[in-house]
Design a protein around this ligand. Structure first.
Ligand code: 5GP
Ligand code: MN
Length: 341
């Protein structure tokens, strides 16, 4: 079991930090996902209920399926309001870094974040590498949102979590656990979820808002990907999916449309690694998912400027789609041999 108890050494320091009249800001990672948004907004709502003024910022705009979240309209997204985001970081006394653990994960705001006087880390990724005044790093936690709940609870402030905070935190836990199915889902995860329900989160509405508001184009892109762009290498137990810029353009791609696509590879019998490649901007975005003891974060950290969790990680390559996949297929056998099933 993994959770943050009141006796956690960082709780007292964190209590002092948020108790003092500091200017607070919260930031999540580039290409914010449900957990980055959920933990940042959830913490924001809770801190405001404790009487604090706090700004929530993101390096870029989250996908449409997260824009319904309570508090989203006030989030400062640096792709649309770069100056304002930098100003908030410059003026903040304390910046809470949520759901990431390296300064470069905030993309265009990295330099400004590195100049901040006091950073607090709340995160569940492996290998934190960031200078902080207070750190909560719990790789056993299902999500940063679950950690935020634990921290507020450990502060004795769970009573401040109202329906908006509960909805945001539930969204983060639900999305990062693949709807409570990934291995990091523990009895404690379900207990936290149960308490969030009591605090006003409505699971059916949250699931519908996240999952059932697809555009037709997204569903057709999924169908196209499954029938035309998915290859299974049975000898390697690996599925490879690749979407070119042309594929995406043809299907009226919007950011977030390919969220979760990589998981379809893992749903095939005998597959223990699913690799997803797509052309995005000036780079190839890579997502890997695995089952069991196959640390895809290590493969990406070593070869593709990435990282993440053992079973879910991301990275990138600045070459083209073909060369990126060729390189991946080159390093794959050695990686698999080092981690036999
Ligand atoms: P996804 O494949 O959904 O983009 O990311 C899976 C996990 O890996 C997430 O927890 C995400 O935060 C992390 N991740 C994604 N891209 C990167 C990256 O470029 N660098 C690092 N260090 N982590 C990443
Ligand atoms: Mn997360």
């Amino acid at each position: 079991m993994s959770f943050i108890a009141p006796a956690h050494p960082s709780i007292a320091t964190f209590r002092d930090l948020i108790g003092a009249p500091h200017r607070l800001a919260i930031i999540g990672h580039y290409n914010p996902d449900g957990d980055a948004m959920g933990s940042a907004l959830g913490m924001g709502h809770a801190l405001r209920a404790m009487g604090r003024t706090v700004d929530v910022l993101m390096p870029n705009t989250p996908p449409a399926f997260l824009q319904w979240m309570p508090g989203y309209p006030d989030v400062v997204c640096a792709d649309r309001s770069r100056d304002r985001a930098e100003q908030l970081l410059r003026e903040a006394d304390v910046v809470l870094c949520l759901d990431f653990n390296r300064v470069d994960r905030v993309g265009p705001l990295a330099e400004q974040l590195s100049l901040v006087r006091c950073r607090v880390l709340i995160d569940h990724h492996q290998h934190p590498d960031i200078d902080v005044a207070v750190g909560f790093s719990d790789t056993g936690s299902s999500s940063t949102s679950q950690m935020v709940f634990d921290i507020i609870d450990a502060l004795g402030q769970a009573g401040r979590i109202g329906p908006d905070a509960a909805t945001c935190l539930y969204t983060g836990i639900m999305t990062d656990t693949g709807s409570f199915r990934f291995p990091a889902t523990t009895p404690h995860t379900h207990r936290v979820a149960a308490r969030l329900l009591e605090m006003g989160a409505r699971p059916h509405e949250i699931h519908a808002a996240v999952m059932d508001e697809n555009t037709m184009h997204r569903v057709k892109l999924l169908g196209f990907m499954l029938s035309e762009r998915l290859t299974v290498h049975e000898d390697l137990g690996t599925a490879v999916i690749a979407l070119s810029r042309q594929d995406l353009d043809r299907h009226h791609f919007h950011p977030g449309d390919t969220e979760g696509f990589v998981n379809y590879g893992l749903s095939i019998r005998g597959v223990r690694l699913s690799a997803f490649f797509m052309e995005r901007g000036d780079r190839i975005k890579i997502s890997l998912r695995s089952v069991g003891d196959l640390p895809v974060n290590e493969l990406l950290a070593e070869h593709f400027d990435g990282g993440g969790h053992i079973n879910a990680a991301g990275g990138q390559s600045l070459t083209d789609l073909r060369s990126t996949i060729d390189r991946f297929m080159q390093v794959l056998p050695t990686f698999l041999e080092a981690h036999p099933a």
